[in-house]
Design a protein around this ligand. Structure first.
Ligand code: SF4
Length: 297
């Protein structure tokens, strides 16, 4: 199939491998150091299950330890969709279905089916969707169809030999299963080394690059092969923010994991209180109204 100029650019600049990622020995050395530090951190930590760390929890830890502690403790209201999060969820599911169906249907059909599946399978989305009237739903469908059309215009059809997998769950259990790193990456290409991509609606945020480094580390640990590149793709423009994966990227991410695990272990042992760092993130924190340092009140 003849590619358009835009699709060729995506192929050349985003999908084609660049420099070789760190080899298995480098990945193994990072795993060894990480395991040793996590074993030390998690000694004598009370609790029944593993400490679960995700890209979201690492971002909370980087922003404010109080927010991180609140999330570990399961504080906060249950999640409820608003227009922005529902639009993002619908776009993700539409791209997932489009990858699965290899562009066999028109964009509107794909988006309508994606909305149907989400409303049926995901209670949060179902509640939101059933609360909309026909016009609001049509607007959501039209917006998601426009994003999917842009995705098709900018991305070449994904060849089967690239082994595209959408919404891939990733997990790495460490330190005798006392720590579990996990996440779900939007699109993974290749049989290893891989290209990992997350699709984002809305504005760029500095934390997105860290999120992708976290995925790079989890893939390196679970597959034993580091990805060659990670990228955040912005759905409104289909521009991307890429990063080639190096040993330095993985080592720095491993340090973020160790820092978060050390803090969590201290909180779980009640050995110290979190250090509070107020900022614009306070509005998402479950302690926004009770915390003495909150910037959200
Ligand atoms: S309200 Fe702000 S300062 Fe307080 S714990 Fe939450 S994020 Fe930290």
């Amino acid at each position: 199939m003849e590619l358009t100029a835009a699709q060729r650019r995506t192929l050349d600049e985003l999908i084609r491998p660049g420099r070789a990622p760190p080899g298995p020995e480098a990945v193994e050395a990072i795993r060894r150091d990480l395991e040793a530090e996590l074993q030390r951190a998690m000694t004598n930590v009370p609790g029944t299950g593993p400490l679960r760390l995700s890209k979201g929890r690492l971002s909370m830890h980087a922003a404010c330890e109080g927010w991180f502690q609140a999330d570990l403790a399961g504080e906060g209201e249950p999640f409820g969709h608003g227009p922005a999060t529902a639009a993002g969820t619908l776009t993700h599911r539409a791209i997932q279905l489009d990858v699965a169906s290899e562009r066999g249907e028109d964009v509107r059909t794909v988006v309508e089916r994606a909305a149907l599946r989400l409303a049926r399978d995901e209670p949060d989305f179902g509640r939101y969707w059933r609360g909309l009237d026909g016009l609001d739903r049509a607007e959501h469908l039209a917006d998601a169809a426009a994003r999917l059309a842009l995705y098709r215009a900018m991305f070449p059809p994904l060849e089967r030999s690239w082994q595209p997998v959408a919404e891939q769950y990733l997990a790495a259990a460490l330190a005798g299963r006392s720590v579990l790193l996990s996440g779900r990456v939007d699109l993974m290409l290749g049989r290893g080394p891989h290209l990992l991509m997350d699709f984002k609606t809305g504005e760029a945020r500095p934390g997105y690059a860290e999120d992708m480094r976290f995925y790079a580390l989890v893939v390196a640990l679970s597959f034993g092969v580091a990805p060659y590149r990670v990228a955040t793709v912005f759905c409104e423009s289909m521009e991307w923010q890429p990063e080639d994966v190096t040993a330095d990227v993985l080592e720095r991410e491993a340090l973020r994991v160790i820092d978060a695990a050390r803090s969590a272990a201290l909180f779980l042992r009640e050995a110290r209180s979190p250090s509070l760092a107020p900022g614009h993130h306070c509005r998402w924190c479950p302690r926004a109204l009770s915390c003495p340092a909150s910037a959200a009140r």
